[in-house]
Write a protein that binds this ligand. Structure first.
Ligand code: GLY
Ligand code: MN
Ligand code: MN
Length: 440
């Protein structure tokens, strides 16, 4: 793993590349300055509590801190970076530490003690664009543009190509999440409840719940079939059959997003999980500059068909299962997405820097990435197979019902489903899996 000194050197390259991207976008769209706030805390309606703070991703492309609300970055056309760093005098709350670390000397830092002070640092000449959520104290400012679409499209387009620093941060976020996955697996085999598994994960990663990149999905048995299962049963089930965990971690604001599925006993579901793992590895092996991500997604439908055939769940020819859309009942989501500062990094449907889109082909509407693979992209590869009651009900009512062995479906339903998910970076000569060095 990269040392702190190496990470510092990578950050220096990173910030120059990112600054250059924003400078080019400013030049292309006629802006002299960008004001990029970190964002502010949001209060609960009629209450004195705040929601957990979520930092502006444009701000975090430059500043690797996600807790300095009410700070702001001001970027000038010449590339200079002024950081207004909010550190109030406040005895009620934790206040931001003094700025320290590998990133500080890349900024001209001004400490501000109250939120309004940032206004004294705002540019008063040239065209100024504001990039962020409009909140106090900016409402009364006369910006030339607020979140101009053309500039944001251009930035989103280039965000898909990660710097070496970003790849390293995502790799470290994978290492951190792997600690949680190992602890969670152990708690599953000890017979823990979903909540106990979730807590074991938090403890092992050192994350509080609000610091996770997304809500952990911890599904036991049938719950593994609920794609976004954000509930944690406090009671362990009578019997542990299967466990699907989709959980990530963060390092320097960058996310990981990993899924594993386990069978409690050596049975057919365990065998199917092994088959899915092998399919996932075959898909990862095809990650290469110039290859089509859409083709990879469709390839997985063929793997699903092979599994339905092997386990005698569907009597159609595997080709026909894909052609008729039967595989869509068992694999209703997309193969994956770009990942970086955001779990679902933007720009996956963009066709160019102007923001024209290339939507996924029917019937694959949920596919989040249609861009050809290119060196520097970090993508998730997350194939699965599920036994989802509502979708199976639709299939039962369809013309294909007679091709399904419903008794076999009933045998698998108590296990919910399977998903296996890794992060893979496209390299000049193939790919590198960022998850597997830390987790089988
Ligand atoms: N955990 C969200 C996803 O896999 O996309
Ligand atoms: Mn994902
Ligand atoms: Mn996931």
């Amino acid at each position: 793993m990269t040392s702190n000194t190496e990470l510092a050197a990578l950050f220096k390259q990173h910030i120059e590349i990112i600054t250059q991207r924003y400078q080019t976008a400013m030049e292309n769209h006629g802006f002299d300055h960008l004001v990029i706030p970190a964002g502010s805390l949001h209060s609960v309606f009629l209450d004195d509590m705040s929601y957990p703070f979520k930092s502006n991703f444009h701000f975090n492309s430059f500043v690797p801190l996600d807790e300095i609300h009410d700070s702001a970055l001001i970027l000038a056309a010449d590339g200079s970076r002024t950081l207004c760093y909010y550190q109030p005098v406040d005895f009620w709350h934790v206040v931001a530490k003094d700025p320290e670390g590998f990133w500080v000397d890349s900024f001209d830092i001004h400490m501000i003690r109250n939120k309004d002070e940032v206004r004294a640092h705002l540019p008063n000449t040239g065209n100024v664009a504001f990039i962020g959520e409009m909140t106090a104290p900016y409402h009364d400012e006369d910006f030339d543009a607020i979140n101009p679409g053309n500039l944001i499209h251009e930035i989103n387009w280039y965000r898909a190509t990660k710097t070496d620093y970003e790849v390293e941060c995502i790799a470290q976020a994978n290492q951190r999440a792997a600690l949680g996955h190992i602890a969670a697996k152990e708690m599953f085999y000890k017979g823990g409840s979903e909540l106990e598994i979730h807590l074991a994960y938090l403890l092992a990663t050192g994350h509080a719940e609000s610091q996770l990149p997304y809500n952990n999905i911890i599904g036991l048995n049938e719950h593994a079939a609920i794609l976004h299962y954000f509930h944690y049963d406090t009671q362990a089930p009578q019997q542990h059959r299967s466990f699907l965990i989709d959980a990530g971690a963060r390092v320097n604001c960058y996310a990981s997003d990993i899924t594993r599925t386990y069978a409690f006993e050596q049975n057919e579901f365990a065998e199917m999980t092994g088959d899915m793992d092998a399919a996932q590895q075959k898909l990862c092996a095809k990650v290469q500059d110039g290859n089509s991500y859409i083709d990879l997604h469709i390839q997985h439908h063929h793997f699903v068909a092979d599994i339905l055939h092997k386990y005698k769940i569907c009597s159609m020819q595997p080709e026909s299962m894909v052609e008729t859309g039967v595989t869509g009942t068992f694999f209703p989501h997309g193969l994956g997405h770009h990942i970086g500062l955001q779990v679902h990094d933007p720009g996956g449907h963009q066709a160019n820097i102007e923001g024209d889109t290339n939507p996924p082909p029917a019937p694959h509407g949920f596919l989040r990435n249609t861009r050809p693979m290119q060196s520097g992209q970090v993508l998730t590869i997350e194939p699965g197979i599920y036994f989802i009651g509502s979708l199976l009900g639709d299939l039962k009512a369809s013309e294909h019902s007679s091709s399904i062995n419903w008794a076999r479906v009933a045998e698998f339903m108590p296990f919910g489903g399977i998903r296996i998910e890794d992060e893979v970076v496209v390299t000049d000569d193939g790919h590198r899996n960022l998850t597997r060095p830390f987790l089988d």
